[in-house]
Structure formats: structure tokens, C-alpha cells
Design a protein around this ligand. Structure first.
Ligand SMILES: CC(C)(COP(=O)(O)OP(=O)(O)OC[C@H]1O[C@@H](n2cnc3c(N)ncnc32)[C@H](O)[C@@H]1OP(=O)(O)O)[C@@H](O)C(=O)NCCC(=O)NCCS
Length: 392
């Protein structure tokens, strides 16, 4: 048989497959831009609701527009009783990302517009998903711990309400604002794996929920949304700041990776890490757990220095490095780190689905259909002869 050519293993790295007006990651400059605005500026001055509006509607809202958008989000926070009943049937040790993914598909069953395909109905679905996924996640934490879900509080912001529904206690202003900033920072990040998954499904003209379900599945992988969990597991494993240096040397000697360092696109520190680091420090001090930030800081310094010494090149912190210790001291369960990422990124994903299906600007998107290079049998000029089961 003729020798097959080796399979192309591009992983689509460096291949531009679509145009977008939603966000840009400028890796060399360490810039993340949502619809023209630097993420630092948004994190400092805008709320998650404002950023969601910006992503969905392509502009910052006026006061009236934001109020109307908030009202729509608040009105959409409830989840169907049937879904809560279904959550109660799930094993308590179910993976939270699986719960979120399954719940998203179930929410489609309750959406009155599910059979209508228009920009208007898809925007409504986007708003419903942004509102409801936070409720689902908070409800799941209650249910799996044998507690009743807490109904949303219409008087609270999206971030504050999420913490309230999870804990049953209204967060103070600082806790609410920190949660809000985390949601802003994770809301969008261009054509990463989960966004591409959402857009690929949307390109078939499947509905919003189908696309978001695919995105959640993609985000569940440890190479994507699961990295912050691995960072926290690493910190918990190291245990104390004094053990950091030995850990760094051991990991690099063994050729392993330090979690939270390195990025496929950024060639300098991830701008989001610079915002999260002081938040991790402050919240660690507030809650009497300063060791997680201290360990992270020491790990950043030692890891960068040891990497440079061994490889001769620099390595940088990514978004997961400080979000892990921050979420931990905010009381978010470690297995909720990726789902919390998802309830924020749903803003970006839904904006991408809208762009994929309803963008006016050229070039018009079309059904994704990449080619593959077949390297299995029957790659030569002769076909394989099929032998019936009885004769094999
Ligand atoms: C994110 C990541 C996949 C980026 O990968 P990349 O830019 O394609 O870099 P590569 O995986 O090709 O690594 C290049 C070199 O740096 C090393 N390296 C990369 N990240 C490293 C890390 N975090 N710790 C130690 N070494 C690392 C690799 O081992 C490789 O060394 P080699 O050339 O001797 O084989 C990678 O940095 C990583 O796995 N980081 C840890 C996990 C993580 O934090 N993920 C979250 C990303 S947001």
C-alpha cells in the first residue's frame, strides 16, 4: 500500500477563519479589547451588565438603555420549576460543567421562541441565557448540598445576586464588586476553543441554546476553562509560601508545567492577571487567608526566573494564575471555577452566535466545513476488499 502522508496537525493555530467585530487579543502588546475598549478600562468602570450590553449590541448603553437591559435580565433570572426538580434528581457529585451543559439544553425546551429564527428572538435568548445560567449554577450548589435554591433578588446586580443565590446572604459592596470585575474580565476572549465551538454550531443555523451547550462542553476541558482549577490544586498541593521554590525546581526538573504560566497568544503578562492580582491580595487579607496570594506572588517570581534560566526565554502569567486564589478566598468552591467562567463567558459566546448568524458586514459567514487529510487505510490507489463477517 502506498505510504500515507503524515496528518496535518495545525490545531488551526495561526489560521484566520473569520472576521469579527467583537474582540481582539493583541498578544504581543498584552492588550485585550472588547468592541474597541481596553478590558482594563471596562474592569475599572463598567459593570458586567454594561459589558454584556456592549458585546451584544455593539455599543455602550445610554442610561435608559442600560436600565431597560437590566430590567430584561432581572425579569429573566427565574428558572423553570421543572429544571429545579430535575437538578434534585442528579447525583450530588455530578460535574458542575455537566450540570450547566444539561441545564442549558433543558432551558431550550422552555424557551417560547425556540422555533423562531430571527435576530430579535436570538437576542432575547441571549439575555435569557446570561440571566439564567447564573441562577442554575447557584441553585446547583444549593441542591447538591441538600439545601433549597434561593430565589433571585431583583434588587441586586447580576454579580451580587449570583453570590446571594449561592450563599443565601447578601454580599457586601466589595464582594459584589469583585465578583462583578471577575465577570467582566472573563466575558470575552476572541476565537478560543469554546467560542469557536459556539460559532461552528451556530454556522449550521442551529439555535442559540445548541451553540452555547457546545461551548460549555468545550470550556470544560482542562486545557481551556479547567486551568484555574489546576492552579488552585497546585497551590493547595504546595501548601505554604516557603515550599514554593522547591516546588518550582522540582516541576521544571521533571519537565512538567507550572499551571497559570504561559499562553498560546499573549507574549507578555495577560492584562487580566494584573487586575486580578491586587484583588486576590486584598480579598485574602480581608478573609484572613493571605497565604494563597503570597504563594502565588512568590510562585510567579520564582517560576519566571527559573524558566528564564533554563530556557533562556521569558514566560508570563495568564488569567488563571490569580483568578484561582481570588475565587478561593471569595468562597467559590474549586469545582465551580470553570462554571463561574462559563456564566461570564456566555455574554461573549452569545454575541458571537449573533455575529455568526446575523452579521450584516461582509464577508458573510458560512457553514464551517474544514478539510482533513485521510491517513487511514484505502489511501492508496486500491480500495480495501470487504470481507463479510462470517469469512473474517
Ligand atoms: C498555555 C500553554 C498551553 C501555551 O502553550 P504554548 O505557548 O503553545 O507553549 P508550549 O506549550 O509550546 O511551550 C513552549 C515551551 O515552554 C514550556 N512551557 C510552556 N508553559 C510552561 C509552563 N507553564 N511551565 C513550564 N514550562 C512551560 C514548554 O514545556 C515548552 O518547552 P520546550 O520547548 O522545552 O518543549 C502552556 O503555556 C501551558 O500549558 N501552560 C500551563 C497551563 C495553563 O496555565 N493554561 C491556561 C492557559 S490560559
Amino acid at each position: 500500500m502506498e505510504e500515507c502522508k503524515p496528518m496535518l496537525n495545525t490545531g488551526l493555530r495561526g489560521i484566520t477563519i473569520a472576521s469579527t467585530r467583537i474582540s481582539d487579543v493583541r498578544g504581543e502588546e498584552g492588550k485585550l479589547i472588547y468592541r474597541g475598549f481596553l478590558v482594563q478600562d471596562l474592569a475599572e468602570s463598567a459593570t458586567f451588565e454594561e459589558v454584556s450590553y456592549l458585546l451584544l449590541f455593539e455599543k455602550l448603553p445610554s442610561d435608559d438603555e442600560l436600565n431597560a437591559f437590566n430590567e430584561q435580565l432581572v425579569a429573566a433570572r427565574d428558572i423553570p420549576p421543572e429544571l429545579i426538580a430535575a437538578l434534585k434528581t442528579r447525583p450530588a457529585d455530578s460535574l458542575p460543567m455537566d450540570i450547566l451543559q444539561a441545564a442549558t439544553a433543558m432551558l431550550a425546551n422552555h424557551d417560547p421562541d425556540i422555533r423562531v429564527s430571527s435576530r430579535e428572538t436570538s437576542v432575547k435568548m441571549a439575555i435569557r441565557l446570561i440571566a439564567k445560567l447564573a441562577t442554575v449554577l447557584a441553585a446547583w450548589d444549593r441542591v447538591r448540598n441538600g439545601k433549597e435554591p434561593v430565589a433571585p433578588d431583583p434588587g441586586l446586580s447580576h454579580a451580587a445576586n449570583f453570590l446571594y443565590m449561592m450563599t443565601g446572604e447578601t454580599p457586601n459592596d466589595e464582594q459584589a464588586r469583585f465578583m462583578d470585575v471577575c465577570l467582566v474580565l472573563h466575558a470575552e476572549h476572541s476565537f478560543n476553543a469554546s467560542t469557536f465551538a459556539a460559532r461552528e454550531v451556530a454556522s449550521t443555523r442551529a439555535h442559540m441554546y445548541a451553540a452555547i451547550t457546545a461551548a460549555i462542553g468545550s470550556l470544560s476541558g482542562e486545557l481551556h476553562g479547567g486551568a484555574n482549577v489546576r492552579v488552585m490544586e497546585m497551590l493547595l498541593g504546595i501548601g505554604t509560601p516557603d515550599a514554593v521554590d522547591d516546588y518550582v525546581n522540582k516541576i521544571l526538573d521533571e519537565g512538567q508545567k507550572i499551571m497559570g504560566l504561559g499562553h498560546a497568544v499573549y507574549k507578555t503578562d495577560d492584562p487580566r492577571a494584573h487586575i486580578l492580582a491586587p484583588m486576590s491580595k486584598k480579598m485574602g487579607e480581608r478573609t484572613g487567608q493571605p497565604q494563597w496570594y503570597e504563594m502565588s506572588k512568590r510562585l510567579e517570581k520564582a517560576g519566571k526566573a527559573a524558566f528564564k534560566e533554563r530556557k533562556g526565554t521569558d514566560i508570563y502569567v495568564n488569567v488563571d494564575f490569580y483568578s484561582a486564589s481570588l475565587y478561593y478566598v471569595m468562597g467559590i468552591p474549586v469545582d465551580f471555577f470553570s462554571p463561574v467562567f462559563a456564566i461570564s463567558r456566555v455574554s461573549g459566546w452569545t454575541a458571537h452566535v449573533l455575529e455568526e448568524q446575523f452579521a450584516d458586514a461582509a464577508p458573510k459567514p458560512m457553514l464551517y466545513r474544514p478539510e482533513s487529510e485521510y491517513v487511514g487505510d484505502y489511501c492508496g490507489p486500491d480500495e480495501c476488499t470487504f470481507v463479510p463477517l462470517d469469512n473474517r
